[in-house]
Design a protein around this ligand. Structure first.
Ligand code: COA
Length: 252
């Protein structure tokens, strides 16, 4: 029998939406993005406990910003899902281009759910961080271009993780569980992820801990990384490599 290209995702029988349940928090699932998430993102990105640690969303963050945010990110994520659906009927599992499930939702007893955050795997966009031995601002653009040219499933791709969670749900182990679940149940087996480099602004102890608890190792701290939203920020850089990744897979 042909394999289910969505494996190991489950499908909601009412909505036909695929989802992945977190390993430890059984009432939390990851699903595709929904346009209706926009108004729920506004209070999250306007909360200092979130916006202070994020590089890109503007502050203050309006409904229009949320709609723009989704308009930029939802179509590629939907495309990851379509690619898998189009491959149904193939004899073996295809490599996914990305994770089609990235919105974090808390499921209520009556079956309704609440948008509480996002976790996504993206190709590393800070090219200056790609060489683990030094920070090379001059090669940054070239590194990003080379990394984005690598074919889906290439073990040399350097991935990164972007995430945020509603403050109402902080410190309950949810993001640690989300990284663990998405990494081991989707990114490694279905996307072929073998190497990940993440950055967290200095002071973001929660984010650093989430990654460390998932086996990421501290590579360096850059005291003055970049001026972001008018403020000079430092950056902790952490790396994760799978047991299967080999030294000679690294980019120069
Ligand atoms: C960073 C973030 C995703 C963490 O999510 P979370 O679900 O609250 O994290 P967890 O509950 O899994 O916490 C993991 C560990 O970090 C600790 N921790 C969490 N937040 C912390 C904080 N603000 N300060 C210090 N430690 C913190 C937890 O106590 C836990 O440690 P323990 O297991 O030893 O008790 C969340 O705080 C957030 O959304 N922050 C704003 C956005 C952001 O920083 N995104 C990441 C950008 S790099």
């Amino acid at each position: 029998m042909d394999p289910d290209q969505l494996h190991p995702l489950q499908v909601n029988p009412q909505t036909q939406e695929p989802f992945l349940r977190l390993r430890k928090h059984e009432n939390i699932i990851l699903t595709p993005m929904r346009w209706q998430d926009a108004p729920h993102m506004v209070p999250i990105f306007n909360d200092v406990r979130v916006c202070n640690w994020m590089a890109s969303p503007p502050f203050p963050f309006t409904l229009e910003d949320a709609e723009d945010w989704l308009a930029k990110r939802k179509p590629p994520v939907d495309n990851f899902l379509q690619h898998l659906k189009d491959a149904q009927g193939s004899e073996s599992l295809v490599t996914a281009k990305g994770a089609p499930i990235c919105s974090i939702r808390e499921v209520n007893e009556d079956g309704t759910d609440l948008f509480i955050g996002v976790i996504s795997f993206v190709r590393l966009f800070y090219g200056e961080l790609m060489n683990t031995k030094s920070v090379d601002f001059e090669r940054a653009e070239q590194n990003v271009a080379e990394n984005s040219r690598l074919d889906v499933g290439d073990p040399r791709i350097i991935w990164s993780i972007g995430d945020f969670l509603a403050p109402s749900h902080h410190r309950q182990g949810i993001m640690t569980d989300a990284v663990d679940t998405l990494l081991h149940e989707w990114a490694i087996p279905r996307m072929g992820v073998r190497r990940i480099i993440v950055g967290a602004f200095t002071g973001n102890d929660g984010s650093v801990k989430v990654f460390e608890k998932n086996g990421f190792k501290h590579l360096r701290t850059i005291a003055e990384f970049k001026v972001i939203k008018g403020k000079m920020r430092g950056l902790h850089v952490l790396e994760w490599t799978s047991a299967e990744s080999l030294e000679d897979h690294s980019l120069p």
